[in-house]
Design a binder for this molecule. Sequence first.
Ligand SMILES: *[C@@H]1O[C@H](CO)[C@@H](O)[C@H](O)[C@H]1NC(C)=O
Length: 418
Amino acid sequence: MAKPLMAMVFLLCFFALHSADDSSYRSLEYSILPRGLSDQKSLCSQLVQPAGYPCAEHQIQTKDGFLLGLQRVSSCDGDLEKQKGPPILLLHGLFMGGDAWFLNSARESLGFILADNGFDVWIGNVRGTRWSHGHTSLSEDEKEFWDWSWEELALYDLAGMIDYINSLTKRKLYVVGHSQGTIMSFAALTQPDIAEKVEAAALLSPISYLEHITAPLVRLMVDTHLDTIILAAGFHELNFKSDWGTVLLDDLCDRLVNCINVLSSITGENCCLNGSRFDLFFEYEPHPSSAKNLHHLFQMIRKGTFSRYDYGLLKNLRVYGQRKPPAFDLSRIPKSLPLWMAYGGSDELSDWTDLQHTIKELKSVPELVYLENYGHVDFILSMKAKEDVYDPMIKFLKSLGKSGIEYGDSGRNPYEFR
Ligand SMILES: *[C@@H]1O[C@H](CO)[C@@H](O)[C@H](O)[C@H]1NC(C)=O
């Protein structure tokens, strides 16, 4: 506990001292994290096409004006315009982007593996990440740009992505989420107009209730109300690749011996990451998110609820017409919607007690895969994830097709893909 405590003290001092004026840090050079990648570069051109896979950039506009990048990927010998397999949408986790699905080798990374298996692969990127493209009227410098949490990511970003893919392909789609991508999926699937466009969902490190999170560094931040401090100090964007973010992570990593320790005290011990890929990993991660998003998640850890954002009594009355924020009702997810979940014994963010709480409230009975030695990040980056997680997931998805579900209006059996 001593090391996280030191880090915490540092965090508190840092925010107390440098919130108003971080300009003194601007001229200093910090080495541990490469600077954010240039916005000119696209995910397709950076990570997908170089591996030999056809990839197209799409842009959608959410109902509240955010412009999001979506990538469509096919197998190496496939045709992006004539995809035969069912569409599948991949939703990354908090402080990550769509690149997370491509950071191991092509044989190990889910984005490539699904394309190899004939799926019509779509990569989602939520607002605030470096693969999203801003807003129709707000600039990233405005605090209004960062006025959202995972609730908006579910009801605007995910809803918009599903609408777009559904209308383009005329098919229902599969949704695959990791971490924040799963809380978005749970929330969105409680809405009938979204659920009716989804064929099935596969959830890696599923989260909705968060009360029993054990990750020591997270608990420390929750208990000391770091989220409240950050907001009170006037931070709206959380960007660990910004000037202050780099200083912060650099110091944290330094004090906790190295960055992998920081990762472990946030995600739990990951069994199977490839050490020689950490440089590549930190070239892309972490992506920015909003301070409000962190605050919303921390509210849920403190209260044990799966509810909308809590504004406090008075504003809750104004916004929701009730004292407490309305809960998301997991029992509204259709019983007929097939769910598949994989969770890990070393995952300190997706806790089994919380997952049991989630499953109890669902009408649909999920198929479960348990991996004793998996931490939170193993589900996207383990060198053995293909055998441990992705092969069983693909088997599940393909088995659904065999029971004769009709797709779109193409008239052919949608499951006649490899
Ligand atoms: C780990 O990453 C290195 C560098 O990219 C690669 O050469 C190696 O094959 C990877 N190991 C495994 C087991 O995937």
